[in-house]
Design a protein around this ligand. Structure first.
Ligand code: HEC
Ligand code: HEC
Length: 457
């Protein structure tokens, strides 16, 4: 009898110890998986190497979170000033008008993150059992944090009623892989959302008066300008210089560029405004209307930037500052996003190999697009005359030049065309332009080979 009990105890102890080891092991695994690669550095002479590695991992994790979910307090603008949440929720939920159905939201290019959806909902969506014409579904998606780049702030008392709406970097610079349905899938950070009709989304807000006041025009004009942009475009300079249309009458908006493949590139934006982190501070403060600090005295030039100069946009101070403390992690995250590799079979490998020889040889592309970063190491800027195009957009920037666009991952943003305003519909059109302008004497076959090479980057 006694012995039996002892035996039982024995098993109990082993069982408990086993369980404890398992639990500790599980907990440790989560941390270990993050620092596994850092631990390899134990063999290196300096303890500081491991600190650098762990810092990089945690900084990128924070940066991802900021890029995807941080509004920097911009809901005070999109919700508070423009009232965008009112027309999104519609009269039915205490707002204005019919509301925004998921179908209409998807047509505006907004994307849904499948990873944020509960399993039953995924199943219903797959089986076509969700009413995509019902604005209540849009609110449910916002409540799940499933609309890419948008946060809905809900009323504490009335849970299904929106108080405000805010946007994130991911609004323009992420899309999804359409794995569930068109517009619904897994996030692809850094890929420009060329379906997103930013102008139409802003124009959906009930109160455009703050924008009209800033630009010194009436609300109808603001609406007309916003609706001129079309999908995949935004005009980051409009609220600096008030120029809404090009001399040829086309909209002054530019394409949303990729935010991948940027490491090693010196100047950013189509016209080389500054570094990634300069532009992040610029956008978070001046475009998203978050609350932070921004300094750029180049905006005091009243001739070039009359609106920015009059409003002191180069000298922003907000208290509290919800942006500055996030810049480092946000910067590192973007530099960590690689350009995506083209899918197998999406280009002709033999032609691409011939194209590569032309790129660095006869076509002389590599004199500016230096592999493997495909822009110039150093001051990567060119006058409009040097690339044979007009100076309109260049003149809207401090250096009055165009930045040599890094070319990796071109295949992932063919929609909307190429060059800052999408003036060239296809890669073939781009090369035709260079062929004529530089007098390269490329044959049609050589042009085709170059196109295949560009598709392979
Ligand atoms: C409303 C759409 C929109 C939002 C929101 C937005 N961007 Fe952009 N972003 C653009 C456009 C358009 C440009 C090109 C501007 C230009 O060249 O004048 C750009 C340019 C950039 C670039 C330069 C890329 C290159 O080609 O080198 C980076 C980096 C970037 N954005 C990061 C961010 C980050 C980080 C955030 C959030 C803080 C953000 N953007 C928010 C539309 C947006
Ligand atoms: C003198 C420097 C220079 C040379 C030479 C040059 N490029 Fe460019 N390239 C640029 C600049 C600057 C831009 C950005 C233009 C803009 O944004 O409007 C650009 C843009 C592009 C784009 C569009 C990228 C995008 O994201 O829209 C492609 C594609 C391209 N170049 C390919 C080539 C090829 C192929 C060659 C050789 C036939 C070539 N380039 C030669 C400077 C150059």
């Amino acid at each position: 009898m006694r012995q039996n009990i002892k035996v039982h105890h024995w098993y109990l102890y082993v069982g408990l110890i086993g369980l404890a080891v398992l639990l500790v092991g599980l907990g440790a695994r989560v941390a270990a998986s993050q620092t596994a690669s850092c631990n390899k550095l134990n063999k290196l002479p300096s303890y500081f190497d491991k600190i650098i590695c762990q810092h990089a991992i945690s900084s990128i994790d924070n940066g991802r979170q900021i890029f995807r979910y941080d509004t920097f307090g911009d809901e005070a603008f999109w919700g508070g000033a423009l009232g965008l949440h009112e027309t999104i929720q519609g009269e039915q939920f205490g707002g204005i008008g019919p509301g925004l159905s998921p179908q209409a939201a998807l047509e505006l290019g907004l994307k849904v993150d499948v990873a944020a959806l509960p399993r039953p909902l995924i199943k219903q969506l797959r089986n076509g059992q969700v009413d995509l014409t019902d604005p209540a579904v849009t609110l449910a998606l916002l409540q799940l944090d499933a609309v890419v780049g948008v946060t809905g702030f809900f009323d504490d008392n009335e849970e299904d009623s929106l108080d405000a709406i805010g946007i994130h970097c991911a609004f323009c610079h992420s899309t999804v892989d359409d794995s569930l349905l068109p517009g619904i899938g897994h996030r692809l950070d850094g890929w420009p959302n060329r379906d997103l009709n930013v102008g139409a989304i802003i124009a959906f807000a009930p109160n455009l008066q703050p924008l009209a006041d800033l630009l010194g025009v009436d609300v109808d004009t603001v609406e007309q300008v916003l609706l001129s942009w079309g999908p995949g475009k935004f005009d980051a300079e409009l609220f600096l210089d008030g120029k809404a249309f090009r001399p040829d009458g086309g909209p002054a908006a530019t394409l949303i560029p990729p935010a991948f493949g940027l490491a090693g590139v010196n100047l950013h934006t189509w016209t080389g405004w500054g570094s990634v982190t300069h532009w992040n501070a610029f956008v978070a403060n001046l475009e998203m209307h978050g609350q932070g600090t921004f300094y750029d005295p180049r905006l005091d030039d009243a001739e070039k930037f009359p609106i920015a100069a009059a409003n002191n946009f180069g000298h922003i101070h907000s208290d509290p500052d919800l942006i500055t403390s996030k810049l480092a992690d946000l910067h590192l995250y973007q530099l960590a996003i690689p350009a995506p590799k083209p899918p197998a079979g999406s280009f002709d490998e033999e032609a691409a190999a011939r194209g590569e020889v032309l790129f660095t040889g006869k076509a002389n592309c590599a004199s500016c697009h230096v592999p493997p970063i495909f822009t110039e190491p150093g001051w990567n800027m060119h006058t409009p005359e040097e690339i044979g195009i007009d100076d309109f957009q260049a003149n809207r920037s401090p250096d009055e030049r165009y930045r040599t666009a890094p070319l990796k991952g071109l295949w992932a943003h063919t929609q909307g065309g190429f060059y800052h305003d999408g003036r060239f519909a296809t890669l073939q059109d781009v090369i035709n332009h260079y062929n004529t302008f530089f007098g390269l004497g490329l044959t049609q076959e050589e042009i085709n080979d170059l196109v295949e090479y560009l598709k392979s980057l």
